[in-house]
Design a protein around this ligand. Structure first.
Ligand SMILES: [Zn+2]
Ligand SMILES: [Zn+2]
Length: 283
């Protein structure tokens, strides 16, 4: 199965240490996407109306329940499908464990699990997974990829949220904090958009300032630019010691708008004692 476009191929040739992760992520995505039934959204006006109060779509009870239903219905089949993907040994073990566990659970328990994930009750979710001795990273990856696949594409488009006037520092669909930012050329200069690592929605946000703590004092912010990678920089906030990776070009979104594609920059930031936020793998 060919899951890479040319941009990605070129990028992986230059960053061979990312190839295994890339193949895994992209084939997981390709395996999940075709089977999923989309979340039914009546019309875009209703979505805008629902988001008027600042509550993300999937934090509204009715939509959260629909999303949980889809997750619970699709999870066993998706895990079954994953068994045939080529992957490294530890992952083979993890996916077998997960598939066996899921088969044995009652619907209520799976509903509880998916509810914790969607409401982002991360401590409770981690405790649950530990108690059941389940591989947390794989489960989070699979469930968030399912969420991403069930949200209709037009709702993930930045232009939609630009029109709807959503400019908060959390995702209008699932409510997660952003993991990355993208500077796009607009009519007047450049505008900043944020990207959700859970459902991969993109939405507009203020051009300057810290996305996470709201600091707008630019003397307390700086930019880290990795020498070998001009397309991607890190905007660092000296107040909360967090950073956001920012893609500041256009054309290679299929590479740079995947958080895992620049995981080496996160390691660099970690060495400097900075905090990463918004990753769907992190509690
Ligand atoms: Zn989201
Ligand atoms: Zn900050």
């Amino acid at each position: 199965m060919n899951v890479m476009d040319n941009h990605m191929e070129k990028y992986l040739n230059a960053h061979p240490f990312l190839r295994e992760t890339a193949e895994l992520q992209l084939s997981l995505n390709a395996a999940i996407r075709p089977g999923i039934s989309p979340l039914e959204i009546p019309d875009t006006d209703e979505v805008k109306a629902l988001n008027k109060d600042g509550v993300p779509l999937l934090q509204h009870k009715a939509y959260q329940e629909k999303a949980i239903q889809i997750l619970v219905a699709q999870l066993p089949a998706v895990l079954e499908q994953l068994q045939s993907l080529e992957c490294p040994q530890p992952m083979q073990e993890a996916r077998r464990l997960l598939a066996e566990w899921t088969q044995k659970q009652t619907v209520d328990k799976l509903v509880a699990l998916c509810g914790l994930l969607l409401r982002q009750e991360d401590d409770k979710l981690s405790a649950f997974l530990q108690e059941e001795q389940l591989p947390e990273q794989l489960l989070r990856t699979v469930l968030w990829q399912l969420v991403e696949a069930m949200v209709p594409a037009p709702l993930k488009d930045y232009a939609f949220w630009q029109k709807a006037g959503w400019n908060k520092n959390f995702c209008p669909i699932c409510g997660r904090q952003p993991v990355m930012a993208h500077l796009r050329k607009e009519k007047e200069g450049r505008a900043r958009f944020l990207l959700c690592d859970g459902c991969h929605t993109e939405w507009p946000f203020a051009r300057v300032g810290c996305v996470y703590c709201g600091n707008t004092d630019l003397t307390k912010m700086h930019i880290l630019e990795p020498e070998e990678q001009t397309a991607m920089r890190m905007d660092v906030c000296d107040v909360c010691q967090s950073y956001i990776k920012t893609y500041n070009e256009e054309g290679a979104e299929s590479v740079y708008l995947h958080d895992w594609a620049t995981i080496h920059l996160d390691l660099l930031a970690e060495e400097k004692g900075l905090h990463k936020k918004g990753s769907s793998l992190l509690a």
